[in-house]
Design a binder for this molecule. Sequence first.
Ligand code: ATP
Ligand code: MG
Length: 382
Amino acid sequence: MQIDLPIATVAFIGGYCVRLFRSRRQGRPAAGADRAAPEPGLAPEPFRWPGDVIEPLPCPMLLIDRQGALIHANLAVREMFGDAVPALLRHPVLDDTLSRIEGVEIVTATVRMDVPVARVVRVSIRALPNFGPDLLVLALADHSQQEAVERMRADFIANASHELRTPLASLIGFIDTLLGPAADDWQAQRRFLAIMQAQAARMRRLIDNLMSLSRIQLMEHERPRARVELAPVIATVTDGFEPLVAGRQVALRLDMPASLPPVRGDGDQIAQVLQNLLDNALKYASREIVVSARPVQGGAWPAAPGVVLSVRDDGPGIAEHHLPRLTERFYRVEDGQAGRAGSGLGLAIVKHIVGRHAGRLLVESIPGQGSLFSVWLPAALS
Ligand SMILES: Nc1ncnc2c1ncn2[C@@H]1O[C@H](COP(=O)(O)OP(=O)(O)OP(=O)(O)O)[C@@H](O)[C@H]1O
Ligand SMILES: [Mg+2]
């Protein structure tokens, strides 16, 4: 079938398509006449329908009839949606939308598909009455990723507000009590003020972690370039832990060679990684924490020379099914034990810092025996 299709027919699909469509036609000197103003004496080039029109366009497009039967799927649809087209055409939302199409208005629908993979497809539909009473053209856009990002952002805000609201509610409760029933009870006042101090510290820690995470994410694409000697970084961080370790009656042991190659990175951020890993180890260790560093190359680690910095504890360990999720923001394995509270941001920060360094993070754990968190960082070769 040959149909002479005016440019206006595809104009609704979007400026991008139309521009490409026009430039493609303008690129053909023999047929270069614009439909709106054909050159005198030149007959407009006939289009072969539908292949010539939608086939080469970069937007995924379909031609169907009003019953939803496929007439043509262009190359972009075949590449981007592959075997999802039959499921899309059978989808009840699309079916319902087709039954509502009248005239030449563009109608849009959002189709959420579960098969062959979960996907959100935005479909814009228009009838083409000039070319057939039943003919419809569909432009498809995959919104799956956009929706996932929006959902993550919403979850993040909900989690952050929830984490802040709990200590804030407790603070407000204690302030009310101090102003009311406990106004003259100095013993209660001292007790409540200590709890309020801890809750305020929790809020400050959460805000510090959130700020830290967003700063790291902002600079994540800039690879840190400094040469960092690990020994002084490890010494500074572990020294800071001495009083905490002594308070919990846990031994902190260092296991590293006399000399280590410097790594390529950001010293403060590497210190933050160790700080967060030690912070966790301290919450869970029963008797001992071992911090180690050793040069590695290949094997389980990248082929380039590097250094593995690790923190091992002999705590309760982590069940295997939790391991892949530990670095998600706000993810915590609740065990209900006092002294192990946290916001679930420490390992997310570690992950992003390691990512910025083009490093690796490996978590190994045997429930009942302990956990080992290892971070590979690239050696500074020059
Ligand atoms: N050494 C460990 N042993 C056992 N479980 C651990 C260990 N390290 C982390 N986890 C588990 O991983 C979860 C996430 O750790 P992460 O450091 O991200 O958060 P957090 O310590 O709970 O809070 P934050 O670090 O923000 O104060 C912890 O809640 C805990 O359940
Ligand atoms: Mg932590």
